[in-house]
Design a protein around this ligand. Structure first.
Ligand code: SF4
Length: 291
């Protein structure tokens, strides 16, 4: 799950990307690791298990995936360090974060300090889970729900039969409770000709254009089709999992890992800076050693 405005995902073709790299390099310094134009988003993968098994899931999440939970102590420390470094948004993703019992504590801690977004398929947000989320009641908190179509025919082929109905019910319940709801759509061969209909649908729900994101399919995880992604064509958005720090939330594969240590987060920023310098100089990523 991740991003109408069409495809504001941080993917650049080569010339534009390289000018971005040079800009980021110029503005980065060891005393202030997050420069003004750096995407100041910190992504936290809270877990890798999910109630769904979407056929394009970049995280290979499913009901049988091992949890690999980040844990609330790590999440808190990452939020604290992100604040010190100048990040301006923390996004919680997975897996399905609302499988976790301690997700509410993590979201509450983060939303008290910074704009906080939680990504979800919206299917579990009922009853007690919805009540616990409502208790956070912070204007900093946004809930981003994945929705690939204005009707089941465009959503269910990748996400599973019956999932559209449950997700839309979840969106209604969130809106009823007054949550700031955003929608993210993955553009697929099935929904490509019907993106306008999705926009009409979210307008009908009262969700404005600026809260709808469309991202392309990425050839990562379970997906055998889509954009080929690497550090050389993705502007970095620092992403933490229990396994370490990664370049971007669209992949937690080994080639996108920049550190095996979560802390200090500033060290990961330094590693990103080194990679950006290598890309700008040689057009290639340096080999990463974890020693
Ligand atoms: S809902 Fe999101 S995390 Fe879960 S399987 Fe689908 S894409 Fe992956």
């Amino acid at each position: 799950m991740l991003y109408s405005r069409r495809i504001p995902v941080s993917i650049y073709d080569s010339p534009v990307f390289h000018s971005q790299v040079l800009l980021l390099m110029t503005e980065m310094s060891s005393t202030h690791p997050i420069p003004p134009d750096f995407p100041g988003k910190l992504w936290l993968y809270t877990n890798f298990d999910c109630n769904l098994r979407c056929s394009y899931c970049v995280a290979k999440s499913s009901p049988t995936a091992s949890r690999r939970a980040l844990g609330k102590e790590n999440a808190r420390r990452l939020v604290d360090e992100a604040m010190e470094l100048g990040f301006n948004e923390v996004l919680f993703t997975g897996g399905e974060p609302f499988i976790l019992d301690d997700i509410y504590e993590m979201l509450s801690y983060s939303a008290e300090r910074v704009r906080t977004t939680v990504l979800t398929n919206g299917m579990l947000l009922r009853g007690g889970r919805l009540e616990r989320l409502a208790e956070i009641a912070s204007p900093n908190l946004q809930v981003q729900v994945s929705l690939d179509g204005a009707r089941p025919e465009e959503h269910d082929p990748y996400r599973g039969d019956g999932s559209w109905v449950k997700t839309v019910e979840g969106i209604w319940l969130l809106l009823e409770r007054g949550f700031h709801v955003r929608l993210s759509t993955t553009e697929t061969p099935v929904n490509r000709g019907r993106l306008e209909a999705i926009c009409d649908f979210h307008y009908s729900l009262g969700i404005p254009e600026e809260d709808h994101f469309v991202r392309p399919l990425a050839k990562r995880g379970f997906s055998e089709q889509g954009l080929e992604l690497s550090m050389t064509n993705l502007v970095p958005e620092i992403t933490a999992t229990i396994d370490g720090i990664f370049w971007h939330p669209l992949s937690t594969d080994a080639d996108m890992q920049i550190s095996q240590s979560l802390f200090p987060l500033a060290e990961a920023i330094h590693c990103v800076q080194e990679q950006l310098e290598a890309i700008a100089t040689t057009g290639q990523v340096t080999l990463t050693k974890f020693t």
